[in-house]
Design a binder for this molecule. Structure first.
Ligand code: WT7
Length: 655
């Protein structure tokens, strides 16, 4: 065994207890306290959640029914209660925290803004009134295509205030992807901006909306456009309206629409292994309860914290830990619009220093990317305000964990590695930082009231610490997804069919060590995790074959130091197999093509042309073989079904 493997094994065995000083100040101060909470939830699962829902949320109409499972797996929580999410995030803090800063914003160029809870209330109400004045009301779907500016949060809260359902499309997705999502949601309006900034460039958001609308999207009646980048954009009369004009003269008060607990708060599209993206539908009360409680349990949120989650509002992390969870707790958030490397790789650390960030939450891919620039960059800044660090999106490798721990946290900050999904709504498995020892690379233990387990093919629990299995959730939880928008069957098939409706299938494989700690191993379906975000291989394959020169395509992942997984495409062209300059040119063209069809995030890192793809006798593409080839491994699979072994050489780029 070489030095490196011994080291990595040693690292994984290490445990890091919370420091006494952290534990002393923490909401949950000991393992004992955490175990008591878990035990209480195990004893009375629904009672546990009902108590929290009553104590932690403000209700307009209290609920009597805790869990209605009569239509399982369509679980409904707190069904006969009514509340408003924006009331819970803003109004209920006005008396005690009206002047407290809710949002600190910094733009890439260094422009900053501070918005108090009272100011936020005014902005949310005026925009909510503007939406209503333009015919948007309860249940209408509103698609966002926004930069990371405070108005994104204002607009989310405004939708919540009037009961409109937002569906945010990440600004990095193409016009084509935007169109698909608008049409699937049958949305009535779009909220966008003239442009956003990233890496010194203007992202033409409005132009992409126009392109999407030119191709279809018949349901769209209004397009609200925020002035941000200051670039010239055409406005279509009757359809397009400047944000500033829409709010002009609107009242600063807007009575919240009291909605039923189950009223959908938002849809968020995420990749699946087959076909089009799934519109994950979340509820109002149950969802908010998850975002609220996990801010307390996992982020130990306190009155004087400055909480910075670097995620874009286009991802679920930006929903639960930018727009809803922190505000529901009356906490101050930081938002940054821009790239982490502008003007240099110290930007994140400079922001932490300048705004005295106390809790910092980001993705392993960002940590790895910044780690490459060396310790001198962060060492240049005063990071002493930090008290807690977090990660999300993919497993973090022990090396990056240790760097985060030492160089950023100065060995003083617990690291919360948080496992969850768009579907789960909030964090499910993560250390409660004042109570649970951490281990680099493990998301540790399930939160109270979360019945996470690992099971084999038959659905039996696996206790062998060496053996992996399916990660499942055995009991419904309040912040679980409610369905896939417009596709009940797919909801059942994707999450419940595997174990016949008995437990929720997360789609990840994992193992539990001797201490019951969870170690996530990866996805079980054909979904890649690229820079912390899910991409369906099938989507990238369909984008490739929609190019006129492409007949067939297969996409697999290859482990990548920075991005987690790199995208490797194996492609069969129509006619002759492209070679030499023709192949090089086509590779460039296809990369640009995929960027246009799906978005730059989906651009294949490598594209290899072959005469055919390797298939089994039944015609299934041999993905395991392709994965081995992508990794440059020796081929051990049975390839006797292949017509010619030359294909393997072609796929390996050797012929
Ligand atoms: C998938 C969910 C949840 C917000 C970000 C991504 C992977 C997520 C972890 C973690 C290992 C993780 C899983 C999961 N994942 N967090 N801490 N350790 N893997 O949301 O796009 O819905 O993706 O991300 O594979 O299923 P998403």
């Amino acid at each position: 065994m070489n030095q490196k493997t011994i080291q990595s094994i040693l690292t994984e065995e290490r445990t890091f207890p919370p420091s006494d000083s952290f534990a002393a100040r923490a909401r949950i101060k000991s393992l004992d306290e955490y175990q008591k909470l878990r035990a209480a939830a195990e004893k009375d699962h629904t009672g546990f959640w009902a108590d929290l829902a009553r104590n932690e949320l403000d209700w307009h109409t209290p609920f009597n029914t805790i869990l209605d499972d009569s239509k399982a797996p369509h679980f409904q929580w707190f069904t006969d209660g009514k509340l408003n999410v924006s009331y819970n995030c803003i109004d209920r803090h006005l008396e005690s925290r009206g002047d407290k800063t809710a949002i600190i914003f910094e733009g890439e160029n260094g422009d900053t803004r501070h918005i108090s809870f009272r100011e936020l209330h005014g902005e949310v109400c005026t925009f909510a009134n503007a939406l209503k004045a333009n015919g948007i009301g309860k249940g209408d779907r509103v698609v966002f295509y926004m930069p990371m500016v405070p108005e994104a949060v204002v607009a989310m809260q405004a939708c919540a205030r009037i009961g409109a359902i937002h569906s945010i499309v990440f600004g990095g997705f193409s016009a084509e992807s935007l169109k698909d999502r608008i049409e699937d949601a049958n949305a009535k309006a779009i909220i966008t901006a003239d442009g956003g900034t990233r890496g010194g460039k203007v992202i033409e958001l409005k132009a992409a909306c126009d392109a999407a609308l030119d191709k279809g999207c018949a349901s769209i009646e209004k397009v609200f456009v925020l002035k941000r980048a200051g670039n010239n954009v055409p406005m279509k009369q009757g359809r397009d309206i400047w944000w500033s004009d829409a709010v002009d003269g609107m009242s600063q008060d807007c009575e919240p629409e009291w909605v039923e607990s189950e009223h959908p708060l938002f849809l968020l599209y995420t990749s699946g292994s087959t076909g089009k993206p799934k519109g994950i539908q979340h509820s109002s009360a149950g969802y908010l309860l998850g975002a609220t409680m996990t801010m307390q349990w996992v982020f130990d949120i306190n009155e004087d914290d400055i909480f910075w989650c670097t995620a874009d509002v286009g991802w679920v992390t930006g929903h639960s830990y930018v727009a809803y969870g922190p505000l529901s707790n009356g906490a101050t958030i930081l938002m940054y619009e821009g790239a982490p490397t502008v003007p240099d790789a110290g930007r994140f650390w400079k922001i932490c220093q300048d705004h005295k960030v106390t809790i910092f939450y980001t993705a392993p891919t960002a940590i790895r990317a910044l780690m490459r620039f060396g310790d001198d960059v962060p060492n240049h800044y005063d990071l002493s305000s930090l008290r807690l660090l977090g990660t999300v999106g993919e497993p973090i490798n022990p090396e990056a964990w240790m760097w985060y721990h030492k160089t950023i946290g100065k060995e003083q900050c617990p690291i919360v590695d948080t496992w969850w999904q768009t579907e789960t709504g909030s964090i499910m498995i993560a250390p409660v930082p004042g109570a649970v020892d951490t281990k680099p690379g493990s998301c540790t233990l399930p939160l109270p009231g979360i019945a996470a387990d690992i099971v084999n093919e038959n659905g039996d629990s696996i206790d062998d610490p060496q053996q992996g299995g399916y990660l499942v959730i055995r009991k419904p939880w309040p912040f679980m997804l409610r369905t896939i928008w417009g596709d009940e069957q797919r909801y059942y098939d994707t999450y419940w069919a595997r174990f016949k409706g008995k437990y929720y299938l997360a789609g990840d494989s994992a193992r539990k060590d001797k201490d019951g700690y969870f170690w996530i191993m990866g996805r079980i379906d054909d979904v890649l995790n690229v820079a912390g975000h899910r991409l369906g291989t099938m989507e990238i394959e369909s984008a490739l074959v929609s190019h006129e020169r492409i007949a067939e395509a297969a996409v697999v992942g290859r482990p990548d130091d920075i991005k987690g997984e790199a995208i490797c495409a194996y492609v069969v062209a129509r006619g002759e197999r492209p070679l030499g300059d023709d192949a090089d040119a086509l590779v460039q063209e296809l990369r640009a093509w995929v960027a246009k069809e799906i978005g730059p995030i989906a651009k294949p890192d490598s594209i290899v042309f072959a005469e055919t793809l390797p298939k089994t006798r039944s015609g299934k593409i041999m993905r395991r073989l392709l994965r081995a080839i992508a990794k440059g491994e020796e081929i051990t699979q049975d390839i006797s079904t292949l017509e010619s072994t030359d294909i393997v050489k072609q796929l390996q780029g050797k012929a």
